[in-house]
Design a protein around this ligand. Structure first.
Ligand code: NAD
Ligand code: UFG
Length: 348
């Protein structure tokens, strides 16, 4: 038995969940959380941004068999074959392309991949009578809004095609829930997922130079990159640097288990964040303190498309999903660094 396995059925009903994109960063952690909560999982992923080894690692951590299908979710026949050969009680749909900058360069690829896969998957669910659906959305759909972001807010246009695909999928799934009274869908708006599983065996593996702050910090700490460029120190924030709501990926994963448990008819939006804002400089300091390392950084102009401040109102998730994020920023930094130190596949 792997020392990190905490598999137990906590008295809940065991369900078999199809996890699309389950070989990716959030998907792998969610598979572990689902199994720990007593569910079983089937994973489908085309491995466009992940590796088959991650499935082996989940098996090692959880000591469970995981049926894995290397398929594109836009392939209707392949998706229907999964539903024919497995009894599936619900679906968590992570599969999607997620790089904001790349989506500006390749909008057609992003709209095709993210929209068609969602349409194929949800239509197959309807055909096979699967009425439990959880969708990965993003805080990016709020655009530039007043903080804290609350689910009832009017959405502002996002600044990139990636964000538009999330807003469009939310709309599609909401319309489908209206038309199908048995259908339940949670639209989960993630804030900034960071960190890694406590085992240090799985975590985020960015391709090439990371876009996001935490993987950039870990690579600077490891000496793969000389210094961090901080994008802007003239924002109206506590120290002039951008503020975000960083959430530990295992808290986020547990949020998915809660969302499945408390699914209710119709379409329901939930913010998954901590409700706490942390500036870039505060995260740098926390990382140094947590890990006893020094991060060299320089101030550079703002990155186009960035907003000053983004954090969640988490009251709805707390009330309706009985879920709150438990891990603090120091734990996020420690776990991200442990994974970076262990990770053999992460070469820039
Ligand atoms: P990821 O790239 O690590 O995982 C996504 C997985 O989906 C990958 O394994 C990829 O191979 C797979 N995939 C992509 N298109 C596919 C397709 N057509 N068919 C089958 N598999 C496909 O990304 P992640 O960070 O784990 O994100 C998961 C989801 O959460 C995505 O939908 C993303 O947009 C959303 N999200 C992520 C963040 C974040 O900061 N990581 C924030 C908000 C929302
Ligand atoms: N930052 C730097 N230097 C870097 C990278 C980032 O200063 O090298 C700053 C950014 O300017 C921002 C903060 O660190 O102020 C966080 O930036 P990230 O790139 O880590 O995250 P974003 O908030 O820009 O975007 C993330 C995901 C999006 C998602 C969004 C939702 O990448 O997919 O959160 O809130 F849509």
């Amino acid at each position: 038995m792997c020392p990190y396995s905490k598999t137990s059925n906590r008295g809940g009903t065991t369900t078999n969940i199809l996890v699309t994109g389950g070989a990716g960063y959030i998907g792998t952690h969610t598979c572990i959380a689902l199994i720990e909560a007593g569910h079983t999982v089937v994973v489908a992923d085309n491995l466009s941004n992940s590796k088959r080894e991650s499935i082996e690692t989940i098996k090692r951590i959880t000591n469970q068999e995981i049926p894995f299908y290397e398929v594109d979710i836009s392939d209707r026949q392949a998706v229907e074959r999964i539903f024919e050969t497995n009894h599936i009680d619900g679906v968590i749909h992570f599969a999607g392309l997620k790089a904001v900058g790349e989506s500006v360069e390749k909008p057609a690829t992003y709209y095709e991949n993210n929209l068609i896969s969602t349409l194929v998957l949800v239509n197959s669910c309807l055909k096979y009578g699967i009425n439990r659906f959880v969708f990965s959305s993003s805080a990016t759909v709020y655009g530039e809004n007043e903080v804290p972001f609350v689910e009832t807010m009017e959405r502002y246009p996002t600044t990139n095609p990636y964000g538009e695909t999330k807003a469009m999928c939310e709309r599609i799934l909401t319309d489908i829930a209206k038309a199908n009274p048995l259908f339940s869908v949670s639209l989960l708006r993630y804030f900034n997922p960071v960190g890694a599983h406590e085992s240090g065996l799985i975590g985020e593996v960015p391709t090439g130079i990371p876009n996001n702050l935490m993987p950039y910090l870990t690579q600077v700490a490891k000496g793969k990159i000389d210094d961090l460029s901080i994008f802007g120190n003239d924002y109206p924030t506590i120290d002039g640097t951008g503020v975000r709501d960083y959430i530990h990926v295992m808290d986020l994963a547990e949020g998915h288990v809660a969302a499945l448990t408390y699914l209710k008819k119709g379409a329901h939006i939930y913010n998954l964040g901590t409700g706490q804002g942390t500036s870039v400089l505060q995260l740098v300091k926390a990382f140094e303190q947590a890990n006893g390392v020094t991060i060299s950084y320089k101030m550079v102009p703002r990155r186009s498309g960035d907003i000053a401040c983004c954090y969640a109102d988490v009251d709805k998730a707390r009330r309706e999903l009985q879920w709150i994020a438990k891990r603090d920023v120091i734990t996020m930094c420690k776990d991200a660094w442990r994974f970076e130190q262990n990770n053999l596949h992460q070469e820039v």
